[in-house]
Ligand binder design. Structure first.
Ligand SMILES: NC(=O)c1ccc[n+]([C@@H]2O[C@H](COP(=O)([O-])OP(=O)(O)OC[C@H]3O[C@@H](n4cnc5c(N)ncnc54)[C@H](O)[C@@H]3O)[C@@H](O)[C@H]2O)c1
Length: 370
């Protein structure tokens, strides 16, 4: 079992644990009990995860909690105000009180929307994260960003709201479609490229770990995956501890995301998963870094080889003009004073923020990703 503690500057004395292991769903009742005084729980999941894991979770809660469940439709398109209202209404119907808790069982979509419901219902009730996708276990369940989408953009309404505990059962990854595993791997590879800038006092050398353990990782070998998730959570927790609300350092977690968000927007979030867009965004960020002479050709090749090793090479569809992708970058939440913000590689596992990348370099890079 790996156990990592997340401290946040706003609540320094209220650190919360991330527990990573197999067979954890069976133990979640006790784990939840150790993290909250709640007597009643509202479990929120979706129609896919319900069939796979809700029974297991319920078995572990039966003798410990009063609980009720809400099953949402599966899909990013349901991460909206209507699903949020369903959670609020269910919580009111079952008379969930201020001291009770809401549990998210699912991937990043369920985690984000349920977290926002927990943050807003009765001005905040305890929130428990049980992430069941690789992306949610290494990224979205950690750090307290919760949100819903608006028809005009993703994650436009949300909050910073930390969970009481994150329970990551690696067994749940065995039913995850390969495409969703690869989505998680893109975010994991991102951590390898930003590791030193996270300022963690341990040198995990995640880049090397990913290079030498690729077969075990692709085969979801339990020990390797547990260690990998733990390293990513350590790095994210360390960044969140330094900058919970993204006033500075936390922006490095967006390495590869400037281009990724514009690809997602220009394809209406339909062609690529978030991770596939991030993989293209990482390649683009490395190309700009090379063009700006920030990194060596050797390091560039290492990065591309790693993306290749994990079969994360995708292409932007030819019919999307580079100019459209460029314009879409201006609608990103991270645009400040009309400057597009890029996080770029500066040396091995180090990145820096840039607001002054020339338009022609960005356009050339976007064209090369087709
Ligand atoms: N809060 C954050 O910091 C943060 C960070 C990154 C991404 N996100 C958000 O996360 C979301 C993406 O998360 P995601 O990639 O987990 O997608 P997701 O939640 O849509 O899950 C992907 C698919 O896998 C299914 N699924 C989940 N667990 C499963 C399992 N164990 N076995 C089989 N199928 C399973 C889901 O039902 C869904 O169909 C986006 O909305 C994104 O904005 C948030």
């Amino acid at each position: 079992m790996s156990k990592i503690f997340v401290k946040t500057p706003q609540q320094p004395k209220k650190e919360y644990p991330i527990i990573i292991d197999k067979n954890l769903l069976q133990k979640s009742g006790e784990l939840i009990q150790s993290s909250t005084k709640a007597k009643k729980l509202l479990i929120v999941t979706n129609s896919t995860v319900e069939k796979l894991y809700l029974n297991k979770l319920e078995d572990s809660l039966k003798n410990l909690f009063e609980y009720d469940c809400l099953i949402l439709e599966d899909g990013e398109e349901y991460k909206n105000i209507s699903s949020l209202e369903k959670i609020w209404t269910k919580a009111i119907d079952i008379k969930l009180e201020r001291k009770d808790a809401i549990v998210a069982l699912g991937g990043g979509v369920i985690g984000d929307i349920t977290g926002f419901a927990a943050a807003s219902y009765l001005r905040g009730v305890d929130f428990i994260q049980i992430p069941t996708t690789l992306l949610a276990q290494v990224d979205s369940s950690v750090g307290g960003k919760v949100a819903i989408n608006h028809q005009n953009g993703k994650n436009l309404m949300g909050a910073f709201y930390q969970p009481k505990i994150v329970i990551a059962d690696t067994d749940t990854l065995n039913t995850l479609p390969e495409r969703e595993i690869k989505t998680g791997l893109s975010e994991i590879i991102k951590y390898a490229f930003i590791e030193k800038t996270c300022n963690h006092n341990t040198n995990f050398d995640l880049l090397n770990f990913l290079q030498i353990n690729s077969e075990n990782i692709k085969n979801l070998n339990h020990q390797t995956i547990q260690k990998l998730i733990a390293i990513c959570c350590e790095l994210k927790a360390c960044v969140v501890n330094q900058d919970e609300t993204e006033k500075g350092l936390r922006a490095i977690l967006n390495f590869g995301h400037t281009i990724a968000h514009s690809i997602e927007k220009c394809t209406n979030y339909t062609i690529f998963t978030h991770g596939e867009a991030v993989a293209m965004g990482l390649k683009g960020a490395f190309e700009i870094s090379l063009k700006k002479h920030l990194i060596s050709q050797d390091y560039f090749d290492t990065a591309i080889n790693l993306l290749n090793e994990y079969n994360l090479m995708y292409k932007i569809p030819q019919n999307i003009p580079a100019e459209d992708l460029y314009n879409a970058m201006f609608s990103d939440k991270k645009v400040e004073n009309k400057h597009i913000r890029f996080i770029l590689a500066t040396s091995k596992a180090e990145v820096k923020m840039f607001d002054d990348i020339e338009k022609n370099i960005i356009l050339e890079t976007l064209k090369s990703l087709k």
